[in-house]
Design a protein around this ligand. Structure first.
Ligand code: NBP
Length: 478
């Protein structure tokens, strides 16, 4: 065969990636379980490049040059396993099976291990940017072996988004690393959207600023520190008027946020790794609460508010902008910290500067801020936490007073700001000399003899709470 890559699964993502590859000069073999999608794609876009039409996986595999590269773009979960099972007997040692869907990184680790035993490469690739990104240039996060990247990387880099001439694609690390990083990207995306929502609610409910005017505010914010895709489209959504009612569209949309699950995965993995990703968790929980519409209907009736009137400063809008920026920084810091924990757990050599760099374009969280994050991790002296990078420590110091004012205003007015406030608690927790965790340890020692360490001695200790309350040296067996 002579096709350079095969794509199986030609729904919106697969079709657009196939077109992107063909538009970039590659010969792309096409396959879909039901041949109608293949023919529809060829009818509509067959003239955009060199495509090879195939009806079966065997034909697809046969049409490819070696080592064969087959990109699977089917629905995540069981379908990916059944396509892999069907492909494996058709492929030869050294061939590469690629999963570009939103697969769970643990599935990817499992599949990679199983295929490695058969001397096949399996590459889990995180692809961000939605339909449009897939066609015009997504942000691409490939895992799998370094060897497979040598054969696959050039194609992926070619079709990826570019920022300052740099491709938004780089080898992330072995087995599930690519899908893991894509998952954390999505977690940060949840937090990014939630902080925007909190800013919108504050400007509306505390300051009475209508959506149309907020569209202009967000538009202006998009020219500064906050410049990013999500802020840009916030201006667009807030400025949109519903044709049916003449009201702002945002006022006729039901206030119950959906989710496809990658945010939930991020939080579940964060818990497994012991990573304090409170901003991402609060964002997922905020969507959950929004969806409990029956309970909210009752809550509106029976729960007291006791709001306290507060004088908003003259610079309230600017205060909210600064609080938004600070909270956004925290969610990136937490997400990146989770990457560091995962790198330790799964033996991935994650290059945080490259990851931040490939998020600069193509993906949903693309933002100016990522340039400085890239710089922070490219430095010789890598910060243990993003917030410790001198440039960011200084930025937070600058916006901190406004952040505190906004959170206390929100609390007084009864406006829920779960990410603004929990992010501030995370920040204060990081800088606090003594945490009440000491008391937690005392309690655990009393009810469960879980022992504690002392600030002034090596070893592990236990107080004989039910006896004479003397302290003994102990071995923690719990
Ligand atoms: P879908 O997730 O809707 O999957 C549809 C495709 O899966 C069709 O080609 C369908 O074939 C095929 N398929 C199914 Br369903 N079961 C199959 C099976 N047992 N064997 C073989 N093929 C099977 O497509 P999508 O929206 O293009 O997304 C593809 C992947 O990309 C997903 O993992 C998704 O989460 C991810 N993703 C999507 C977006 C987005 O914006 N949509 C963004 C980023 C990532 P058929 O035509 O014969 O039914």
């Amino acid at each position: 065969g002579s096709a350079q890559i095969g794509v199986t699964g030609l729904a919106v993502m697969g079709a657009n990636l196939a077109r992107n590859l063909a538009r970039n000069g590659y010969t792309v073999a096409l396959h879909n379980r039901s041949v109608e999608k293949t023919d529809a794609l060829l009818a509509a876009h067959g003239d955009e490049g060199n495509f090879v039409r195939t009806e079966t996986l065997a034909e697809l595999v046969e049409s490819l040059e070696k080592p064969r590269r087959v990109l699977i773009m089917v629905k995540a979960g069981g379908p990916v396993d059944s396509v892999i099972d069907a492909l494996v007997p058709l492929m030869e040692e050294g061939d590469i099976i690629i999963d570009g869907g939103n697969s769970h990184y643990q599935d990817t680790r499992r599949r990679e291990a199983a295929l490695a035993e058969k001397n096949l490469h399996f590459v889990g690739v995180g692809v961000s940017g939605g339909e449009e990104g897939a066609l015009l240039g997504p942000s691409i996060m490939p895992g799998g072996s370094k060897e497979s990247y040598d054969a696959l990387g050039p194609l992926l880099e070619k079709i990826s988004a570019k920022v300052d001439g740099q491709p938004c694609c780089a080898w992330i690390g072995t087995d599930g690393a690519g899908h893991f990083v894509k998952m954390v990207h999505n977690g940060i995306e949840y937090a990014d959207m939630q902080v925007i929502g909190e800013a919108f609610d504050l400007l509306r409910s505390a300051a009475g600023i209508e959506p149309a005017e907020q569209a202009e505010i967000f538009g202006k914010w998009n020219e500064g520190q906050l410049a990013s895709f999500l802020i840009e489209i916030t201006a667009e959504v807030l400025g949109h008027v519903d044709a049916k009612t003449g009201k702002p569209l945002v006022d006729v949309i039901v206030d119950s946020a959906g989710q496809k699950g990658t945010g939930r995965w991020t939080v579940q993995s964060g818990l497994d790794l012991g990573s304090p990703i409170s901003a991402i968790a609060e964002s997922v929980f905020a969507r959950g609460l929004s969806s409990q519409r029956d309970q909210r209907a009752i809550g509106q009736e029976v729960l007291a508010g006791h709001e306290v009137a507060v004088e908003l400063g003259a610079d309230f809008v600017e205060d909210v902008r600064q609080a938004l920026y600070a909270s956004k920084l925290i969610s990136y810091a937490q997400g990146i910290d989770m990457l560091t924990s995962a790198a330790g757990e799964y033996n991935w050599d994650l290059k945080l500067d490259e990851i931040a760099s490939l998020w600069r374009g193509g993906c949903i969280i693309r933002a100016e801020l990522l340039k400085d994050i890239t710089k922070a991790y490219a430095a010789e002296d890598k910060p243990a936490n993003l917030l410790f990078a001198p440039a960011f420590a200084a930025e937070i110091a600058e916006v901190l007073p406004a952040w505190r004012r906004v959170v206390s205003t929100a609390v007084q007015l009864g406006i829920p700001v779960p990410v603004f406030s929990s992010s501030l608690a995370y920040y204060d927790g990081l800088r606090r000399k003594r945490l009440p965790a000491a008391l937690t340890q005392g309690l655990r020692d009393l009810f469960g003899a879980h022992t504690y360490s002392r600030v002034d001695a090596e070893g592990t200790f236990h107080t004989q709470w039910s006896g004479d309350k003397s302290e003994i040296s102990a071995v923690d067996t719990h």
